[in-house]
Structure formats: C-alpha cells, structure tokens
Design a protein around this ligand. Structure first.
Ligand SMILES: NC(=O)C1=CN([C@@H]2O[C@H](COP(=O)(O)OP(=O)(O)OC[C@H]3O[C@@H](n4cnc5c(N)ncnc54)[C@H](OP(=O)(O)O)[C@@H]3O)[C@@H](O)[C@H]2O)[C@@H](O)CC1
Ligand SMILES: [K+]
Length: 499
C-alpha cells in the first residue's frame, strides 16, 4: 500500500472528484460512511453519548456527516461546533443536512467546551489541512480533550497531528484513529505514534489511476504483496534445492543466540544449515538443533576464523559473537572475500561501526540493525524522519538492503524505497527476537529469494508468527523469541492463505 504525503492526498481527492467523477460532497459522504462503519465495529453498544467536536473545514464536515449517520443508527449524539471565520462548502451543506434533533453547541471560547469521560469523543476539529502548530483556543481544546476524554476517536488524523513531519507541539491523543485510504507516514514513526493510538485505514475509493501513477518512496507491506512473492514448495524437490546456509554465531555464554537463529533458519525452509561456532557452544547447539551441522572454530570461547564457505547459498554472521579482536579480524576477512550473499546482524554490525568498515560491506548484503546498532553505524538522529533519511542514505551507500528493526520495521533498498512492515507486536521487544529474524532471513536468502524479498518476507513472517503466538497462548509480556519460531509454521500457512 502506498503512503502518500498530505499534498498528494489532496491531489488524489481533487483528481477523484474530477475524473470519477464524483461531487466532493458525495466523496465526503463516502469517507464519513467508511468512518461510521469502523466506529460501529469498535463501539457496537449504544449506551454512551457520542460527543463530536467539529471544526469548520472538511474534517469538521466529516464530523457533521458522521453525527447524522450515527444518529440514524440510534446512537445518542452531542455536537460541538468550534466557530471560526471560514467554513468549507461541504461543511455548510452537511450543516444544512443535520437533523434538528441533534443538540448543537456553538463554541467560541475553549472554556465553553466540556469534554466528559463518560462520553465517547470524536475528534473532527482539524485533519490533514493542518498548516501550523496548534495555538490559542485550538491548543486549549486539544488539552481539554486529552485531559478529560477516556475514548477519543480521531477522524482521519488527530487534531494537531503532522502527517509528514514530527508533531512537536500539542496534539490530540487519540485512542483510535480511523484514517482515510492511506496510512500517513507519521503513523509509522515512534514520536508521532503516541497521538494516533491504534490506527486503521478505511478505504474510500480514491481514483486508482491517480494512486497507480503517483510516486512515493514509502509503502506499507500488505498480505497480498507477500502472497505474490512466496513460492510454493516443489513436489519433487530435495534438500539440495533449498540451499545450504551458513550461520557464523555464538561465543561462550551466548550459544543461545546461535540456537535461536539456527532453529529459525531451518524452520524457514533452508535445505541444509551449517553453524560455525566456538567449541564451547557445540554441545548446546547439537542438543538443541540436531538438524544443523556444526563446524568448530579453533578457539574454544569465541570465533576467530572463517570456515570453508564454498558452495554456500547464504552466510549470516553476528548473533552472539561478541567483539573479541580475533572475531573482528574474522569479520574483516569475511567482508573482503564475501563468497555468498551476506546477512549482517548484531555484533557483526557493531564491529563494522567500531572499525569504520561501512565502505567494505559487499553489495547486495542484508543488514538488520536495531535502533542502537543503527545509531552506532550512522550516528544520532534528531527524530524518526531524519533517521529515515539516514536509512535511505546507508542503503544507497552500501548498495545493500537495510532492515531497521522496531515497531513498523523499515526496509530500505538502494534505489531509495522504504517498505514498512505492519505485522508484529510489542511482545517482540525481547531477548533473542533479532537472532530469530536473522535466522528467518537467512533461510529465505538461502532458498534464492532476492535480498529485498528475503528481508520483506522475513520481517513480515517474523511479526506474523509473533502475532499468532500472542493470539493463541502468550501475552505481550510472556512472549519469548522461541515462541516466534514455534509459530512460523502457522505464519507460513496464513501468509499462503492455507488457513
Ligand atoms: N483527502 C481526502 O481524500 C478526503 C478528505 N476528507 C477530509 O478532509 C480533511 C481535510 O480538510 P481541509 O483541507 O478542509 O482541512 P482541515 O483539516 O479540516 O482544516 C481546516 C482549516 O483549518 C485551518 N488550520 C490549519 N491549521 C490550523 C491550526 N493549527 N489552527 C487553526 N486552524 C488551522 C486551515 O485554514 P486556514 O486557517 O489556514 O485558512 C485549514 O484549511 C481530511 O482530514 C478529511 O477529514 C474527506 O472529507 C473526503 C476525502
Ligand atoms: K481530526
């Protein structure tokens, strides 16, 4: 799904009105109907008054239409209209259409507005037309909502929320945001997420031709994108058809990282897996993952040299390796010879940052930094938007795919695109979760998925497996990395639509 900026969304709106063609009022009705449908799903009971706070722009127009539509479904409605000098035509027309039975309070001063925790609050004050930070009474109204509302549902975006830049001033903190047609870039970045609450996107039928031709570097991966890329397992295949992966992982006391990666790699479908590890990790590995072969380093406690890497389909390095000097030199050698596609994670990335080796990263690699590792590689970022720019730059610079892990993991490709991932949950912020992802991506790369496909599929399946684990038997608190691997089978089934 494309992510367009606020200007592009306005243009999509205008293009649809002209070319569908559809009257702008009818498009507003479509948007309000879509919002109402989602609202009714979220709040099917009609035991609480719904208080709708409207501005006089098109976001306010949506609010008036929603008031009429919810009233028709027997919700108890209270409406506050924040009076300003200007109003849009569609706002005025929806004001005319408003049933007389709906109580309408005209608000001139913020102090006149009373928000009650007993009611459900719908925020229709300002939407994507925001062009400056909130101040004066708008700011006071947002504060009144934040202080007193218990359930706030924002139409399109919360009032004061910046779609395409950090929201630095006060904005409404919604419980849910029901947004039209496209997720906004700001929904996907950490500093803005405190305003949207849980967000969802309601389709309003903006013109497909406009959406098709409009260019944006940003997309959000959907289930249908995954289904297009996932290949079915061949009936007459044998293990040699699915690659021989190598995982260079582990150090004394960190055999678990190697175990987690290895298991996830095999569960993702790699035909064969060899794990290169120090001697002290081998018993743990062979006991925990008997399906993997082990190849011992000459050092007992840490990795110091590379194994034979000929005929390997993918090589992952990093989980649990530590940063001993010999291990650093081994990474330097691997970057130099790079005999097969590389997946670089964890301490491999830390070593690259320490030794200033970004220039040595072979083209076509996959890097999977979390926020801390990313910072070590490219320095501090002012905010999520600047971090996104640095992510794109790093991908172009290294000609590699970079997976920046976090909520809505972002996958950058050297051509400047960024693909966000929507699966996963806060339970995944747990030890070993990243090692599991490395294993999954390695398993896919080993089966000859491209670097971009491996990263996109891997991150999606990793998140989906965690979601299924959480739905079935875990909570966000109790989820651990091995639960993710345990549910990979169901994730594949769901992604392939077999379930
Ligand atoms: N796109 C679509 O596909 C569809 C969009 N639809 C809906 O339209 C909404 C966008 O509507 P919109 O453009 O009328 O702007 P909106 O957010 O109501 O603001 C109104 C005016 O407020 C002003 N203003 C700005 N900042 C301010 C501030 N800080 N403090 C005070 N005032 C401020 C500014 O006017 P100004 O004061 O600059 O003259 C601005 O023009 C969108 O979110 C969605 O709900 C659907 O109906 C149909 C399909
Ligand atoms: K709003």
């Amino acid at each position: 799904m494309k992510i367009l900026n606020a200007k592009q969304i306005r243009e999509a709106d205008a293009f649809t009105i002209k070319n569908e063609p559809i009257a702008s009022l009818a498009l507003m009705e479509r948007a309000s109907t879509a919002f109402t449908r989602e609202f009714v799903r979220l709040f099917p009971k009609k035991d609480r008054t719904v208080h709708i706070i409207c501005g006089q722009g098109n976001n306010g127009g949506d609010g008036l239409a929603v008031a009429r539509l919810l009233f028709a479904q027997a919700y108890r409605i209270r409406l506050s209209q924040i009076i300003s000098e200007n109003s849009t035509d569609d706002f005025n027309k929806n004001l005319e259409r408003l049933p007389k039975e709906i109580p309408l309070e005209k608000i001139r001063f913020a102090t006149e507005l009373k928000v009650s925790p007993e009611e459900i609050t719908i925020d229709a004050l300002l939407g994507s037309g925001l062009n400056r930070p909130l101040e004066g009474r708008y700011l006071e109204i947002a504060e009144e909502i934040n202080e007193n509302a218990t359930d706030t549902i924002a139409i399109d975006v919360p009032t004061g929320f910046c779609c395409d830049a950090p929201t630095e001033s006060v904005a409404v903190k919604a419980t849910y945001t029901i947004s039209f047609q496209f997720p906004k870039l700001g929904f996907l970045l950490p500093e803005n997420s405190k305003f949207t609450g849980k967000w969802l996107v309601a389709e309003i039928g903006l013109h497909p031709e406009f959406i098709e031709k409009e260019k944006t570097p940003y997309t959000l991966t959907e289930a249908k994108d995954i289904r297009k890329v996932l290949r079915p397992r061949e009936h007459f295949a044998y293990k040699g058809d699915y690659g021989h992966a190598t995982l260079i992982a582990g150090a004394f006391g960190k055999a678990g990282a190697a175990v987690l990666s290895a298991k996830a790699c095999l569960r993702t479908g790699a035909g064969l897996l060899t794990v290169r590890c120090p001697e002290k990790c081998v018993d743990t590995l062979q006991f925990s993952v008997p399906e993997a072969m082990c190849d011992l380093d000459s050092e007992k406690e840490f990795l110091s040299s590379l194994p034979d890497l000929s005929k390997k389909s993918a090589i992952a390095v990093g989980p649990g390796i530590g940063t001993a000097l010999d291990t650093q030199n081994m990474i330097g050698e691997l970057l130099r010879i790079s005999p097969a596609p590389l997946i670089l994670d964890a301490d491999a990335l830390n070593i690259i940052a320490m030794r200033d080796w970004i220039d040595k990263i072979p083209e076509g690699s996959i890097l999977t930094p979390h926020l801390g590792e990313f910072r070590r590689l490219v320095g501090e970022s002012r905010d999520g938007f600047q971090r996104l720019e640095k992510l794109r730059e790093l991908s172009a610079w290294t000609k590699s795919v970079i997976v920046l892990k976090g909520a809505f993991s972002a996958i950058a490709t050297p051509d400047g695109r960024v693909r966000f991932n929507g699966t996963g949950n806060p339970g995944m912020a747990t030890a070993g979760s990243g090692d599991t992802l490395t294993g999954i991506i390695t398993g896919l790369r080993s089966q000859n998925y491209s670097a971009e496909e491996s990263a996109v599929l891997g991150v999606y399946l990793h998140g989906l497996a965690a979601d299924i684990a959480t739905e079935r038997k875990q909570s966000y608190e109790s989820l651990i990395a091995s639960d993710i691997t345990e549910h990979l089978g169901l994730a594949f089934q769901k992604a392939q639509h077999l379930r």
